[in-house]
Design a binder for this molecule. Structure first.
Ligand SMILES: NC(=O)c1ccc[n+]([C@@H]2O[C@H](COP(=O)([O-])OP(=O)(O)OC[C@H]3O[C@@H](n4cnc5c(N)ncnc54)[C@H](O)[C@@H]3O)[C@@H](O)[C@H]2O)c1
Ligand SMILES: CC(C)[C@H](C(=O)O)[C@@H](O)C(=O)O
Ligand SMILES: [Mg+2]
Length: 298
């Protein structure tokens, strides 16, 4: 049976890292007799230029048919003036929503070979191995948004079900790793965070008594990540905090180009993409680090 892989190279360095990743995948597929077939689709700025929209219906249909979707990156300064729902990034958000991939796994490991590349002191960074589980289809990204006169708003909303499913996934991951789960929230200010905290404490107390649960406020967490990174095993958090904290934590490894991700839902195809963006500052120069893409494929 052929495994259908949808390639969405996107913009900037996206096509460069997807091409590099496919060399590796082709080689492995041949070496192991693993039958794959590729389809390539448009997303982001490339799709806007070709079709006028960041997520053509044809791409969505191909994603729903695929066994896995590999995405490079979307976005770039040439599309920055567009309204929010017409920007390249809106194409990626539509894809995540359509595939229902609510859990975004972002492993951040400091490799012994690269520890000297880290701007963080060796004695702090060495041996860090953190799995972020970022909620991916809720929160501020998908709440009601708009403008009212000269004001603007983005609503942050989470349901108990949305929190439960991703916390359970993170708790399962922690159970098969070092048994430590950290919830990062802003429960001293945000109502959604208070719900995250209540639901998480309940799930851990009822179903994961073996786990050691730590809870941190997000502002302090940004410091702990760079001062005691080895203390963390699995970190679960909401969509926006997860976006920001994983770019921060990537610094431990020496390059955001090293960080892979897998976005998974309850059923259907997964979406596999490096954590970095389209890197317009280095696009077309043949120097983008492809490891994040290659590890996403792995
Ligand atoms: N998943 C995605 O498609 C995704 C993720 C993040 C940002 N973006 C978009 O990408 C565009 C640029 O965003 P940005 O500049 O804030 O973030 P970025 O991640 O593209 O780049 C940040 C910095 O990291 C470097 N970098 C990124 N990937 C690298 C790699 N593989 N190898 C070496 N260096 C690498 C860049 O050169 C840049 O200096 C924006 O339009 C943004 O919305 C897309
Ligand atoms: C491009 C953008 C929509 C995206 C996000 O914020 O989720 C990116 O920063 C990421 O980390 O995948
Ligand atoms: Mg990001």
């Amino acid at each position: 049976m052929s495994h259908r892989i949808l390639l969405l190279p996107g913009d900037g360095i996206g096509p460069e890292v997807v091409e590099a990743g496919c060399h590796v995948l082709d080689h492995l597929a041949t070496a192991t007799n693993f039958d794959i077939s590729y389809e390539t689709g448009l997303i982001g700025g490339a799709a806007i230029d070709a079709t006028g929209v960041p997520m053509p219906a044809q791409t969505l249909e191909a994603a729903r048919r695929a066994d896995a979707v590999l995405l490079g990156a979307v976005g770039g300064p040439q599309w920055h003036g567009l309204p929010g729902d017409k920007r390249p990034e809106a194409g990626l958000l539509a894809l995540r929503a359509a595939l229902g991939v609510f859990a975004n796994l972002r492993p951040i490991r400091v490799r012994p070979q690269a520890v000297e590349q880290s701007p963080i002191k060796r004695e702090i960074a060495e041996g860090s191995d953190i799995l972020f589980v970022r909620e991916l289809t809720g929160g501020l990204y998908f709440g009601d948004k708009g403008t009212e006169g000269d004001a603007a708003y983005d609503v942050c909303r989470y349901s108990r079900t949305e929190i439960e499913r991703v916390v359970r996934l993170a708790a399962d991951a922690a159970s098969s790793r070092r048994g430590r789960l950290t919830l990062v929230d802003k429960a001293n200010v945000m109502e959604t965070s208070r719900l995250w905290r209540a639901v998480t404490e309940e799930i851990i107390a009822q179903h994961y008594k073996n786990l050691d649960l730590e809870i941190l406020l997000v502002d302090a967490a940004t410091m702990h990540l760079l001062t005691r990174p080895r203390d963390f095993d699995v970190i679960v958090t909401e969509n926006l905090f997860g976006d920001i904290l994983t770019d921060e934590a990537s610094v431990l490894t020496g390059s955001i180009g090293l960080i892979p991700s897998a976005s998974l839902g309850a059923t259907g195809a997964g979406l596999y993409e490096p954590v970095h963006g389209s890197a317009p500052d280095i696009a077309g120069q043949g120097k983008a680090n492809p490891i994040g893409m290659i590890e996403s494929i792995a």
